[in-house]
Design a protein. Structure first.
Length: 348
């Protein structure tokens, strides 16, 4: 199957900036979750913090938090007349402040603004990531202003009536929904390099780790180990002190003698990919029973420059930093650094 039509993680077309797809519109994050909820509760009372957007709308809200794993108890003077986008810290946390360019992980409780009843919550689901960056600032300056500088552990009341109206256009008018966002954590974001950035670093010799340094890591036992079964299927095992790569690591497991690969080649190959964080296999052509064919201008930069210069018949271990893969956190593919075993069958 040609990647691009229905790409799989290893063969997915490059995602230059994962945050763009994450925050194209804020409603793309919150409201589909909200629709899912509607289709299918010894507390600590917190103090209020900064606000943005419609003034005073959340002033009466009182939030009692038991712990980060449970939805809080919330009261306010209902109904709330919310006519514009509004956000306010209604419970101040005591963790680190969210900085520009970081990504926050959150869960939320959805409330009916007319009577305060719960519409649902995402506490039983995995946390969602939202980058606090220029895209968010442009698309929802109200939420951006309140998230920036908020402390981890804070609860932020947020309403976006304009977006809700767009989503429910043509349906019976519904009360504005308040989303009480629980800021669980914040982390620095590693965005994938653009093709231009990757090419520039490659030309400067800054993209790939020199072979002697790779050899030193191997001597120290810090590279993933690869074994092949009788059926030719590889298995990857990570050492406890596995390298956290800052550059692309290429280790040739078996030399090839066929056509040489360049950055614009089309390659037919078997592969297996694992995350360096947990060693779990997240994608494998071996499980599908046939090699995959793809252009090296359609895949992550770690593949483009890791396979370039190899020859058909080669078997290669690639250890790829997040910026040459899908980023960290990633909205597509797997977050963080990755390792791949690639068996190059044919080069076109």
């Amino acid at each position: 199957m040609v990647p691009g039509a229905r790409p799989r993680p290893a063969l997915r077309p490059r995602i230059h900036h994962p945050e763009r797809s994450t925050v194209r519109k804020v409603l793309a994050i919150f409201l589909p979750l909200l629709m899912l909820l509607t289709a299918c509760g010894g507390a600590d009372v917190g103090s209020h913090g900064k606000s943005a957007g419609q003034e005073g709308v959340f002033d009466s809200m009182e939030v009692r938090v038991k712990n980060a794993e449970e939805a809080p108890e919330v009261t306010f003077d209902s109904p709330l007349d919310i006519t514009e986008t509004a956000a306010k810290v209604v419970y101040e946390g005591d963790g680190d402040e969210v900085a520009e360019g970081q990504s926050v992980s959150f869960k939320f409780l959805a409330l009916n603004s007319e009577d305060g009843s719960s519409v649902g919550d995402t506490y039983a689901q995995d946390a969602t990531a939202l980058p606090v960056n220029d895209q968010l600032k442009e698309q929802d300056p109200v939420l951006y202003d309140v998230l920036l500088g908020a402390k981890v552990g804070s609860q932020i009341a947020y309403a976006y009536p304009e977006a809700q109206q767009q989503l429910t256009e043509g349906q019976e008018e519904q009360p504005v929904t308040i989303m009480l966002i629980n800021v669980l954590s914040s982390q620095n974001v590693v965005s994938p390099l653009s093709p231009e950035e990757a090419a520039e670093r490659d030309s400067a010799g800054e993209l790939r780790m020199p072979d002697d340094e790779v050899g030193k890591l191997e001597e120290e036992g810090r590279l993933p180990s690869v074994t092949f079964g009788e059926d030719g299927v590889p298995a990857v095992e990570l050492p406890e002190n596995v390298v956290d790569p800052e550059k692309l690591i290429v280790k040739v497991l078996e030399e090839g003698d066929g056509t040489e690969v360049n950055t614009s080649s089309t390659v037919n190959a078997d592969y297996l990919g694992v995350g360096l964080a947990d060693g779990e296999t997240f994608d494998s052509s071996y499980e599908r029973g046939e090699p995959s064919e793809f252009g090296l201008n359609q895949v992550i930069s770690g593949w483009t420059y890791g396979l370039s210069g190899q020859k058909a018949g080669a078997k290669v271990l690639l250890v790829i930093p997040a910026e040459l893969a899908y980023g960290d956190p990633a909205s597509g593919g797997v977050s963080g650094p990755l390792a791949f075993v690639v068996d190059i069958k044919e080069v076109k």
